[in-house]
Design a protein around this ligand. Structure first.
Ligand SMILES: Cc1cc2nc3c(=O)[nH]c(=O)nc-3n(C[C@H](O)[C@H](O)[C@H](O)COP(=O)(O)OP(=O)(O)OC[C@H]3O[C@@H](n4cnc5c(N)ncnc54)[C@H](O)[C@@H]3O)c2cc1C
Length: 211
Protein backbone atom coordinates (compact mmCIF):
# COMPACT_ATOMS: atom_id res chain seq x y z
CA UNK A 1 0.00 0.00 0.00
CA UNK A 2 1.39 3.40 -0.98
CA UNK A 3 0.16 6.95 -0.60
CA UNK A 4 0.14 8.85 -3.88
CA UNK A 5 1.14 12.50 -3.89
CA UNK A 6 1.32 15.10 -6.68
CA UNK A 7 1.64 18.90 -6.82
CA UNK A 8 2.11 19.07 -3.06
CA UNK A 9 -1.09 17.26 -2.15
CA UNK A 10 -2.37 13.72 -1.74
CA UNK A 11 -3.91 12.12 -4.79
CA UNK A 12 -4.95 8.70 -3.55
CA UNK A 13 -3.95 5.32 -2.17
CA UNK A 14 -2.21 2.79 -4.37
CA UNK A 15 -3.26 -0.72 -3.33
CA UNK A 16 -1.04 -2.40 -5.91
CA UNK A 17 -3.97 -3.71 -7.94
CA UNK A 18 -5.95 -0.47 -8.02
CA UNK A 19 -5.71 3.19 -6.99
CA UNK A 20 -8.34 4.82 -4.82
CA UNK A 21 -8.38 8.53 -5.60
CA UNK A 22 -9.14 10.94 -2.76
CA UNK A 23 -8.39 14.42 -1.45
CA UNK A 24 -7.77 13.53 2.19
CA UNK A 25 -6.02 10.55 3.77
CA UNK A 26 -5.92 9.70 7.48
CA UNK A 27 -3.19 7.21 8.32
CA UNK A 28 -4.55 5.36 11.37
CA UNK A 29 -2.78 2.06 10.79
CA UNK A 30 -1.26 1.53 14.25
CA UNK A 31 2.13 -0.16 13.85
CA UNK A 32 1.75 0.09 10.05
CA UNK A 33 1.56 3.91 10.13
CA UNK A 34 5.32 4.28 10.28
CA UNK A 35 5.76 2.20 7.12
CA UNK A 36 3.01 4.00 5.20
CA UNK A 37 4.69 7.33 5.91
CA UNK A 38 8.03 5.88 4.88
CA UNK A 39 6.60 5.51 1.35
CA UNK A 40 6.61 9.34 1.33
CA UNK A 41 10.05 9.63 2.99
CA UNK A 42 8.40 11.08 6.09
CA UNK A 43 9.75 9.81 9.39
CA UNK A 44 7.13 9.39 12.11
CA UNK A 45 8.95 8.98 15.44
CA UNK A 46 7.01 5.97 16.66
CA UNK A 47 8.56 2.91 18.25
CA UNK A 48 6.77 -0.43 18.18
CA UNK A 49 6.99 -2.41 21.44
CA UNK A 50 5.64 -5.94 21.52
CA UNK A 51 3.63 -6.96 24.60
CA UNK A 52 2.40 -10.38 25.74
CA UNK A 53 -0.66 -10.93 27.89
CA UNK A 54 -1.97 -13.99 29.79
CA UNK A 55 -5.46 -15.10 30.77
CA UNK A 56 -6.03 -17.75 33.45
CA UNK A 57 -8.89 -20.17 33.99
CA UNK A 58 -11.83 -18.52 35.82
CA UNK A 59 -12.04 -18.28 39.62
CA UNK A 60 -14.57 -16.81 42.03
CA UNK A 61 -14.12 -13.06 42.10
CA UNK A 62 -11.42 -12.05 44.58
CA UNK A 63 -9.73 -9.08 42.88
CA UNK A 64 -11.73 -5.92 42.49
CA UNK A 65 -9.38 -3.25 41.09
CA UNK A 66 -6.67 -3.39 38.47
CA UNK A 67 -3.53 -4.13 40.51
CA UNK A 68 -0.24 -2.58 39.44
CA UNK A 69 2.88 -3.72 41.28
CA UNK A 70 5.01 -0.59 41.44
CA UNK A 71 7.99 -2.17 43.21
CA UNK A 72 11.18 -1.51 41.31
CA UNK A 73 11.85 -5.16 40.47
CA UNK A 74 8.24 -5.99 39.51
CA UNK A 75 8.73 -5.23 35.78
CA UNK A 76 5.50 -3.23 35.90
CA UNK A 77 3.36 -6.29 36.65
CA UNK A 78 -0.34 -5.59 36.29
CA UNK A 79 -3.21 -7.98 36.82
CA UNK A 80 -6.96 -7.75 36.97
CA UNK A 81 -9.90 -10.15 37.12
CA UNK A 82 -12.45 -10.15 34.33
CA UNK A 83 -16.20 -10.39 34.93
CA UNK A 84 -15.91 -14.06 33.99
CA UNK A 85 -13.34 -14.56 36.76
CA UNK A 86 -10.23 -14.96 34.60
CA UNK A 87 -7.04 -13.32 35.81
CA UNK A 88 -5.55 -11.24 33.03
CA UNK A 89 -2.16 -9.62 33.29
CA UNK A 90 1.28 -8.92 31.95
CA UNK A 91 4.68 -7.41 32.63
CA UNK A 92 6.94 -5.07 30.74
CA UNK A 93 9.32 -7.73 29.45
CA UNK A 94 11.26 -8.44 27.33
CA UNK A 95 11.85 -5.18 25.50
CA UNK A 96 11.01 -6.28 21.94
CA UNK A 97 11.37 -3.29 19.65
CA UNK A 98 10.07 -3.10 16.07
CA UNK A 99 9.00 -6.73 16.38
CA UNK A 100 5.97 -7.41 14.19
CA UNK A 101 5.88 -11.17 14.85
CA UNK A 102 3.05 -11.04 17.43
CA UNK A 103 4.44 -14.20 19.00
CA UNK A 104 4.10 -15.33 22.61
CA UNK A 105 7.03 -16.88 24.43
CA UNK A 106 7.60 -19.27 27.32
CA UNK A 107 10.40 -16.98 28.48
CA UNK A 108 7.99 -14.09 28.93
CA UNK A 109 5.38 -16.28 30.61
CA UNK A 110 7.89 -17.72 33.10
CA UNK A 111 8.98 -14.26 34.25
CA UNK A 112 5.34 -13.08 34.46
CA UNK A 113 4.31 -16.17 36.47
CA UNK A 114 7.13 -15.68 39.00
CA UNK A 115 6.26 -12.02 39.54
CA UNK A 116 2.54 -12.86 39.83
CA UNK A 117 3.08 -15.65 42.38
CA UNK A 118 5.27 -13.34 44.45
CA UNK A 119 2.39 -10.84 44.57
CA UNK A 120 -0.49 -13.33 44.92
CA UNK A 121 1.04 -16.61 46.22
CA UNK A 122 -2.12 -18.69 45.68
CA UNK A 123 -1.69 -18.13 41.94
CA UNK A 124 0.94 -20.87 41.91
CA UNK A 125 -2.00 -23.29 41.63
CA UNK A 126 -3.56 -21.45 38.68
CA UNK A 127 -3.57 -22.50 35.04
CA UNK A 128 -3.19 -20.20 32.10
CA UNK A 129 -5.79 -20.81 29.42
CA UNK A 130 -4.57 -18.53 26.67
CA UNK A 131 -2.14 -15.79 25.80
CA UNK A 132 -1.74 -13.26 23.08
CA UNK A 133 0.65 -10.65 21.88
CA UNK A 134 0.13 -7.15 20.51
CA UNK A 135 2.03 -3.95 20.09
CA UNK A 136 2.17 -0.66 21.87
CA UNK A 137 2.82 2.00 19.24
CA UNK A 138 4.75 4.51 21.32
CA UNK A 139 5.93 8.06 20.70
CA UNK A 140 8.92 9.93 22.22
CA UNK A 141 6.60 11.53 24.83
CA UNK A 142 4.16 8.57 25.10
CA UNK A 143 1.31 10.78 23.91
CA UNK A 144 -0.70 10.10 20.77
CA UNK A 145 -0.31 11.91 17.45
CA UNK A 146 -3.29 13.37 15.63
CA UNK A 147 -3.85 15.89 12.87
CA UNK A 148 -1.20 17.00 10.39
CA UNK A 149 2.13 18.76 10.05
CA UNK A 150 1.87 21.87 7.83
CA UNK A 151 5.06 20.70 6.08
CA UNK A 152 3.34 17.54 4.82
CA UNK A 153 1.55 17.27 1.49
CA UNK A 154 -1.88 18.90 1.67
CA UNK A 155 -4.63 16.47 2.68
CA UNK A 156 -2.40 14.09 4.67
CA UNK A 157 -3.37 13.35 8.28
CA UNK A 158 -2.35 10.94 11.02
CA UNK A 159 -3.97 9.37 14.07
CA UNK A 160 -1.72 6.90 15.88
CA UNK A 161 0.93 6.47 18.58
CA UNK A 162 -1.53 5.80 21.39
CA UNK A 163 1.23 4.27 23.54
CA UNK A 164 -1.03 1.67 25.16
CA UNK A 165 -4.04 3.97 25.65
CA UNK A 166 -5.83 3.63 22.32
CA UNK A 167 -9.00 1.85 23.50
CA UNK A 168 -9.73 4.62 25.96
CA UNK A 169 -8.90 7.42 23.55
CA UNK A 170 -10.49 5.97 20.40
CA UNK A 171 -14.05 7.40 20.65
CA UNK A 172 -12.97 10.96 21.39
CA UNK A 173 -10.11 10.80 18.89
CA UNK A 174 -12.57 9.76 16.17
CA UNK A 175 -14.86 12.64 17.12
CA UNK A 176 -12.03 15.20 17.02
CA UNK A 177 -10.54 13.89 13.79
CA UNK A 178 -13.92 13.94 12.05
CA UNK A 179 -14.46 17.59 13.01
CA UNK A 180 -10.88 18.43 12.03
CA UNK A 181 -11.31 16.94 8.56
CA UNK A 182 -14.81 18.23 7.87
CA UNK A 183 -14.74 21.69 9.49
CA UNK A 184 -10.99 22.33 9.86
CA UNK A 185 -11.41 22.68 13.64
CA UNK A 186 -8.40 22.07 15.91
CA UNK A 187 -9.86 22.28 19.43
CA UNK A 188 -7.54 22.78 22.40
CA UNK A 189 -7.93 19.10 23.34
CA UNK A 190 -6.31 18.24 20.00
CA UNK A 191 -3.86 21.07 19.35
CA UNK A 192 -1.06 19.85 21.70
CA UNK A 193 -0.97 16.45 19.96
CA UNK A 194 -0.33 17.45 16.35
CA UNK A 195 2.70 15.79 14.72
CA UNK A 196 4.70 19.01 14.29
CA UNK A 197 5.25 19.07 18.08
CA UNK A 198 8.25 16.75 17.68
CA UNK A 199 9.88 19.09 15.17
CA UNK A 200 9.25 22.05 17.47
CA UNK A 201 10.28 20.22 20.66
CA UNK A 202 6.84 20.71 22.26
CA UNK A 203 6.54 17.36 24.00
CA UNK A 204 3.43 16.36 25.97
CA UNK A 205 4.97 13.87 28.35
CA UNK A 206 2.74 11.03 29.58
CA UNK A 207 4.38 9.09 32.41
CA UNK A 208 1.59 6.59 33.20
CA UNK A 209 2.29 3.86 30.66
CA UNK A 210 1.65 0.45 32.22
CA UNK A 211 3.03 -2.80 30.88
C1 LIG B 1 -1.32 -6.06 25.54
C2 LIG B 1 -2.03 -4.77 25.26
C3 LIG B 1 -2.89 -4.25 26.20
C4 LIG B 1 -3.54 -3.05 25.96
N1 LIG B 1 -4.39 -2.56 26.92
C5 LIG B 1 -5.02 -1.39 26.72
C6 LIG B 1 -5.91 -0.86 27.69
O1 LIG B 1 -6.12 -1.45 28.75
N2 LIG B 1 -6.50 0.34 27.44
C7 LIG B 1 -6.29 1.03 26.29
O2 LIG B 1 -6.85 2.10 26.13
N3 LIG B 1 -5.47 0.55 25.33
C8 LIG B 1 -4.82 -0.64 25.52
N4 LIG B 1 -3.96 -1.12 24.57
C9 LIG B 1 -3.64 -0.27 23.43
C10 LIG B 1 -4.65 -0.35 22.32
O3 LIG B 1 -4.78 -1.69 21.91
C11 LIG B 1 -4.10 0.47 21.15
O4 LIG B 1 -3.69 1.76 21.60
C12 LIG B 1 -5.16 0.64 20.09
O5 LIG B 1 -5.57 -0.61 19.60
C13 LIG B 1 -4.60 1.47 18.94
O6 LIG B 1 -5.62 1.63 17.99
P1 LIG B 1 -5.26 2.03 16.51
O7 LIG B 1 -6.57 2.08 15.79
O8 LIG B 1 -4.38 3.24 16.51
O9 LIG B 1 -4.34 0.85 15.95
P2 LIG B 1 -4.71 -0.69 15.73
O10 LIG B 1 -5.74 -1.15 16.71
O11 LIG B 1 -3.38 -1.39 15.69
O12 LIG B 1 -5.38 -0.69 14.29
C14 LIG B 1 -4.62 -0.42 13.14
C15 LIG B 1 -5.22 -1.21 11.98
O13 LIG B 1 -4.54 -0.84 10.78
C16 LIG B 1 -4.28 -2.01 10.02
N5 LIG B 1 -3.12 -1.77 9.14
C17 LIG B 1 -1.81 -1.75 9.47
N6 LIG B 1 -1.05 -1.50 8.39
C18 LIG B 1 -1.90 -1.32 7.35
C19 LIG B 1 -1.72 -1.03 5.97
N7 LIG B 1 -0.51 -0.85 5.43
N8 LIG B 1 -2.82 -0.93 5.20
C20 LIG B 1 -4.06 -1.10 5.72
N9 LIG B 1 -4.29 -1.38 7.03
C21 LIG B 1 -3.22 -1.49 7.83
C22 LIG B 1 -4.02 -3.08 11.06
O14 LIG B 1 -4.23 -4.36 10.51
C23 LIG B 1 -5.05 -2.72 12.13
O15 LIG B 1 -6.28 -3.34 11.87
C24 LIG B 1 -3.31 -2.34 24.76
C25 LIG B 1 -2.45 -2.87 23.79
C26 LIG B 1 -1.81 -4.08 24.04
C27 LIG B 1 -0.87 -4.61 23.00
Amino acid sequence: VKIRVGNGRVKGVDLGYKVIECEKIVVAAGEGSKYLFQTLDIDIPIVIRRKELYVSEPYSLFIDPLIIDTREDSLGLYVTQTLRGELMGSIDYPEAIDDLTHETTLKHYTVYAKKLVRLIPIMKYSTVMRCWSGNYVTTPDNSHIMGRDPEWPEGLYISTGFSGHGFMLAPYTGFLMARHLIYGETPNTMEPYTPDRFRMGKYVRESLVIG
